[in-house]
Design a protein around this ligand. Structure first.
Ligand code: RFL
Ligand code: PHB
Length: 411
């Protein structure tokens, strides 16, 4: 079998890349280790930046997102028992975020892919990539006991943190930066109305909590828990009781509880691998970087990588120019490190660390107090939360922002 771009992984990165390429007439095949149902069963991100909304629109999958997504103009910070609103819209000159779950984004992308008739190989075992340092890379896998070979011009490594693509690069060619945090997030999804119409990020003496949502009738809550904890030791009742203890009295009183539809513990990690291109292998999304979820940046970073990668491949095939491919890694990494810094900072601000001493606690409180009482402080938080523009920091007059995918696609 032959294609132009072999995509490893049918998470949001792989599916979105496939869709953008298809709309530009570039053939691609996705090879995914799990079933579509398994991919849809993972409950993850919930907050989309405008840059992500734009790229999903360019991929032609924005219809349901705009109809069902909830526009959020702000969120609350709760500390020392008091809630303070961060007015994103006012602080950023009109910018907002969209609350629309990763599961729904993935579902929309899968439906669009099915409609376009592109090939997706689910439940592929023993996936391996070969010869990406030469002109004819290929992918091998087995399915139903049969071996298969997929020849391609390029391989896109969209296979997440535990995938095979980054792991196939010789260690001497890659530099990895990593920090693992000493706690995890226990998440619970329930068909109950959200406790508040906006998100609440909580710094409490008992640890971090987050009140989020998927719709007006479906809530997503998180609790900071020690890494040694397991989901089994948290009954639904224990979760709700602990969440109530971390909330302010008004929220605790109005919290509506119900049975968990899903409960899981996610570890928190900051991770970047450099570079993101190795000959004809290009990494995108969680395959190349991880952020702790505190700033809601993971899926958004994946979407901006994919935007840059789709533009670069379209330029290669339509204009016979490799300028975008040559600049791909650097263009992504600048944005990635900014989001890594923000997510690391917000994580430190909001969580209780083991052995956190009294002065560290006081300094954390003072920083939160400064943020909510200084417009400059609040604006720094807000401008990072809504997401920096794609061309942020480009030298003025140089490095024109890359043409929007939509414009390239229209050519
Ligand atoms: P994914 O989603 O991990 O998909 C990778 C796909 O590759 C497949 N795969 C393979 N396929 C073939 N062969 C192999 N050898 C393979 N190995 C793996 C996998 O089965 C999978 O289908 O990576 P992708 O596409 O790069 O997407 C990244 C996002 O999923 C991730 O960044 C976000 O979920 C992070 N995240 C959040 N991001 C946000 O922008 N906003 C949020 O509000 C937000 N909240 C979160 C989050 C992540 C969380 N967890 C669980 C880590 C909340 C949580 C709790
Ligand atoms: C979520 O709804 O899953 C979510 C929202 C905001 C975050 C992280 C996760 O910062």
């Amino acid at each position: 079998m032959r294609t132009q771009v072999a995509i490893i992984g049918a998470g949001p990165s792989g599916l979105l890349l496939g869709q953008l390429l298809q709309r530009a007439g570039i053939d691609n095949v996705i090879v995914e280790r799990h079933s579509a149902e398994h991919v849809l069963g993972r409950i993850r991100a919930g907050v989309l930046e405008q840059v992500t909304v734009d790229v999903l629109d360019a991929a032609g999958v924005g219809q349901r997102m705009h109809a069902e997504g909830l526009v959020h103009e702000g969120f609350d910070l709760l500390f020392q028992g008091q809630r303070h609103r961060i007015d994103l819209k006012h602080l950023t000159g009109g910018k907002t975020v969209l609350v629309y779950g990763q599961t729904e984004v993935t579902r929309d992308l899968m439906a669009a892919r099915r409609a376009s008739g592109l090939r997706t190989i689910y439940e592929a075992a023993d996936v391996a990539i070969h010869d990406f340092d030469g002109p004819q890379p290929c992918v091998t896998y087995t399915q139903d006991g049969q071996s298969h070979r997929l020849q391609a011009d390029y391989i896109a490594g969209c296979d997440g943190f535990h995938g095979v693509c980054r792991a196939s690069v010789p260690r001497s060619a890659i530099t990895e930066y990593e920090k693992v945090y000493p706690f995890g997030w226990l998440g619970l999804l329930s068909d109950t109305p959200p406790v508040h119409h906006e998100l609440i990020y909580v710094n409490s003496p008992r640890g971090f909590a987050l009140c989020s949502m998927r719709s007006r009738t479906r809530s997503r809550y998180y609790l900071q828990v020690p890494l040694s904890h397991t989901v089994e030791q948290w009954s639904d009742q224990a979760f709700w009781d602990e969440l109530r203890r971390r909330l302010d009295p008004a929220a605790a009183d109005t919290l509506v509880t119900g049975p968990a539809l899903e409960k899981s513990i996610a570890p928190l990690r900051s991770f970047v691998s450099e570079p993101m291109r190795f000959g004809r292998l290009l990494l995108a999304g969680d395959a190349a970087h991880i952020v702790p979820p505190t700033g809601a940046k993971g899926l958004n970073l994946a979407a901006s990588d994919v935007r840059f990668l789709a533009d670069a491949l379209i330029e290669h095939y339509h204009e016979r120019s490799d300028a975008g491919l040559n600049a791909y890694s650097q263009r992504c990494l600048q944005r990635i490190w900014r989001a890594e810094r923000f997510s690391w900072w917000f994580t430190h601000l909001m969580h209780r660390f083991p052995q956190q001493d009294a002065i560290a606690e006081k300094l954390q409180e003072a920083e939160l107090d400064y943020l909510v009482h200084s417009e400059a402080g609040a604006r720094t938080l807000a401008e990072n939360y809504v997401g920096l523009p794609l061309d942020f920091g480009a030298p003025r007059g140089q490095a024109a922002p890359p043409a929007p995918a939509a414009a390239l696609l229209a050519r």
